[in-house]
Design a protein. Structure first.
Length: 535
């Protein structure tokens, strides 16, 4: 049995979840559900990123403690993920003591191994606000692409930056030009990992193209040492004397959450975290699921930390999605340009949201969200193709066969094609090609509708009840298998189907419903969404 680790990116707890963030996280749950159905041992973790100055500043503006402010969004995130069916083994938060202890232990290990060093640097200071500014609170012009950027990273060209790199710098809090003041920090000697990370990235398999290209670009430019501590008030304490007014830099701290969450899960469940992290424990495959703006932190900085600490398993598969835009513009919490997930969940079925984001989402290229496409995808595919086939088959069995599965055998082409579909869909899911897997399965849904139409059970029942029964028997077997194949994508509807058919938890192999079984009365899986709701 393989051990599959799945790390979902940690949403920042300073505002509600938007659809763009959700699009980058959903593949993690599809993977987790698929591998569990295959019988693999899965650990799927994530949490809310609760630290940093944006949280502290917004909390102060509302007269709240930073932990309480972050906690409000953490609870909202948790509720959204539960409603969407995310099957995390643990969803936690970075302001937990368990996380702080793991981060501090990694920090001390890097120091002990000689990968951290002290350096006095000039850091951006705002004289108006009387504070050192976190990198994200310095804004200006990116020296690489000339677009507006923050002092840690340019969202347009993905360049990692220092505030001093920016042109026309300004403090985000007050708008005044900041000054430079000396301050001492620890730096991570990222440049010392240039050779080993070049080999690692060169041998990587199962990375999306954007991850390959972005990582190659950084390595070609040459890795730069990065600050490991910052002058902050809210975060993980630096566990060393003389650094009481500083915190461990959020980019080192947040990615370390994958390990701290694994250890917290083990402590809470009595399970062992080691088989998912230690090379000597056996076969491990690790997936990291996030948006493309997080690529360098997962392909370079986190591997460098793991290598520096020693003996910990490096990321295998990088599933970094592109951007989801809204009317051609990037989703933005700070600019209030978004479709908010709590609002969407209040109005629409979670499976409709999940299906749309996999079928039409930004898996390998930017995708634009439109309400028209969202409603068409629900009405045309989920309701019109899948829901229609399930409904008319089960309604016919209840009306003409008293809800009892009739005698029959699945025609040979269907048996072979379903078996092949498990193989091809599984291969695609494991390779992160979720859109292809879903397209293949829905191709089978369309063939199933065609089979029903060609067999014409509404005429067969008049001419030959036995032939009609055999047709419906076949359709029930197809439905049982579609409910297994689609569980990773649309789990709520598939669970309903399995309840109708009295089937156990899905396992990734051809399923069978015996003749003579009494079926539970079916209900509608989906309801039509009126196109007038677009307005």
């Amino acid at each position: 049995m393989a051990h599959i680790f799945i790390g979902g990116a940690w949403p920042y707890a300073n505002g509600s979840l938007h659809l763009g963030r959700l699009a980058s996280l959903l593949p993690g749950d599809v993977l987790a559900r698929y591998f569990r159905s295959k019988g693999e041992k899965v650990l799927y973790v994530s949490g809310s990123d609760c630290h940093g100055t944006p949280v502290a500043v917004q909390a102060a503006q509302e007269g709240m403690e930073p932990g309480d402010f972050a906690g409000r969004y953490h609870e909202e995130f948790k509720a959204c993920f539960e409603k969407l069916g995310f099957s995390y083994d643990l969803y936690t938060r970075t302001d937990r003591q368990a996380h702080h202890e793991t981060v501090q232990a990694l920090f001390l290990k890097l120091l002990e191994q000689g990968y951290l060093y002290r350096k006095t640097v000039m850091q951006t200071y705002c004289e108006t606000d009387g504070r050192f500014l976190p990198d994200r609170y310095v804004e200006g012009i990116c020296p690489v692409c000339g677009k507006q950027a923050r002092g840690d990273q340019c969202d347009h060209c993905s360049t990692l930056l220092e505030p001093s790199d920016l042109k026309e710098r300004a403090c985000k809090l007050c708008g005044h030009a900041p000054v430079e003041r000396p301050t001492e920090h620890y730096y991570l000697a990222l440049s010392r990992f240039q050779e080993v990370l070049s080999r690692y990235a060169g041998q990587a398999e199962g990375w999306r193209d954007n991850a390959v290209q972005t990582t190659e670009r950084y390595l070609k430019e040459g890795l730069q040492d990065r600050a490991a501590t910052r002058d902050l008030t809210w975060g993980v304490d630096v566990p060393l004397p003389g650094f009481g007014d500083k915190k461990i830099y959020v980019w080192i701290e947040a990615v370390s959450g994958y390990l701290s969450a694994s250890k917290q899960w083990a402590a809470q469940t009595g399970e062992r975290w080691e088989p998912f992290w230690l090379e000597e424990e056996g076969k491990i495959t690790s997936y990291y699921v996030h948006g493309k703006d997080n690529i360098p932190f997962h392909t370079l900085i986190w591997p460098a930390i793991l290598l520096g600490a020693g003996g910990l398993h490096l990321p295998d598969r990088i599933l970094s999605c592109e951007h989801l835009t809204l009317e051609g513009k990037k989703f933005s919490t700070s600019r209030n340009w978004a479709v908010w997930v709590p609002d969407l969940l209040a109005r629409y079925h979670p499976d409709s949201i999940r299906y749309f984001l996999i079928a039409n989402g930004p898996e390998r290229r930017d995708a634009d969200f439109s309400w028209r496409e969202f409603i068409h995808s629900h009405n045309g595919e989920l309701l019109g193709a899948f829901g229609n086939f399930v409904q008319r088959t089960l309604a016919f069995v209840h009306k003409s066969f008293d809800g009892i599965v009739p005698e029959g055998e699945l025609p040979d082409p269907w048996g072979k094609s379903l078996s092949a579909l498990y193989q091809s869909a599984g291969d695609n899911i494991e390779a992160g090609r979720l859109k292809e897997a879903l397209e293949d399965i829905f191709s089978a849904v369309r063939k199933a509708n065609k089979y029903f139409d060609e067999e014409k059970p509404w005429l067969q029942i008049k001419d030959n009840r036995e032939t009609c029964g055999a047709t419906l028997h076949s359709c029930i077997q197809i439905i049982a298998n579609l409910s297994c194949l689609l569980t990773p994508f649309i789990p709520f509807s598939c669970q309903k189907i399995r309840d109708f058919l009295s089937l156990p938890e899905p396992s990734w192999q051809v399923d069978f419903v015996p003749a003579g079984r009494k079926l539970n009365p079916p209900e509608l899986l989906f309801e039509r969404i009126d196109a007038s709701r677009i307005e």
